[in-house]
Design a binder for this molecule. Structure first.
Ligand code: DX5
Ligand code: ZN
Length: 219
């Protein structure tokens, strides 16, 4: 298990040549972050299951699927069946997160719980033993290229204390505005998985950008 995960987000890639874009980071990335949006849970629309299924054959990278959709109980297990390594859904969209986490694990995936910008973390800490990943948004979910919100790292600190005190095996992932100038503070706050869209695919050399982010996160 790598100590730190860097997960490039294909939201910032060229959707006309996704397979090439994914292969560009294959040797340096740990996971590939796939943002699924339904234009209901967030006011933006991206890709769904057919694209994930096709992409699965194009790379060996583990897929970190981030569902920004309503009714995740209906859709999430399909992503596990499609071979996703980790499937994360939003707590704001699900009335029984523990049940869905169980379904995902039975379908062979890791289960992730995502917390959006305006949602406090304290009420959900007790759910963490059912999850493998806790994704803490460091922006409001919906669009790439937004500015990192440093205050949201308080949630990361709270989660890190809770995970360490309980000896839980839960990764703490940050998503939104993670770049060379923000990743170190996110790591110091206790994150150990880092999603980066613009900072990777906006760079001249995406593979090198991933390497650089990892070394900055190591501190
Ligand atoms: C936004 C997505 C993010 C997005 C991050 O809701 O969840 O994964 O790709 O993009 P950057 O790294 O550009 O903020
Ligand atoms: Zn995401």
């Amino acid at each position: 298990v790598p100590p730190l995960i860097v997960a490039p987000s294909i939201l910032a890639a060229d959707f006309a040549c996704l397979a090439d874009e994914v292969r560009a980071v294959e040797d340096t990335a740990d996971w590939l972050h796939v943002d699924v949006m339904d234009n209901h849970f967030v006011p933006n629309l991206t890709i769904g299951l057919p694209v994930v299924q096709s992409l699965r054959a194009a790379t060996t990278l583990p897929f970190d699927v981030h569902l920004m959709i309503e009714d995740p109980r209906r859709w999430a297990p399909g992503y596990a069946d499609a071979g996703a390594y980790n499937v994360t859904f939003h707590v704001e969209a699900c009335d029984d997160p523990v049940a869905l986490a169980k379904d995902l694990r039975s379908a062979g995936a890791k289960a992730g719980l995502a917390i959006d910008r305006d949602t406090p973390i304290e009420p959900y800490l007790d759910l963490l033993p059912s999850f493998d990943t806790l994704l803490i948004m460091t922006i409001k979910a919906g669009f790439g290229g937004q500015r990192f919100i440093p205050n949201l790292l308080d949630k990361v600190r709270t989660a890190r204390r809770h995970v360490d005190a309980g000896h839980l095996e839960v990764r703490i992932e940050v998503d939104g505005g993670i770049a060379a100038d923000t990743i170190a503070e996110a790591a110091e706050a206790g994150a150990d998985a880092f999603v980066a869209g613009t900072a990777v695919y906006g760079a001249d050399d995406p593979a090198e950008a991933v390497r650089r982010l990892r070394s900055l996160a190591r501190g």
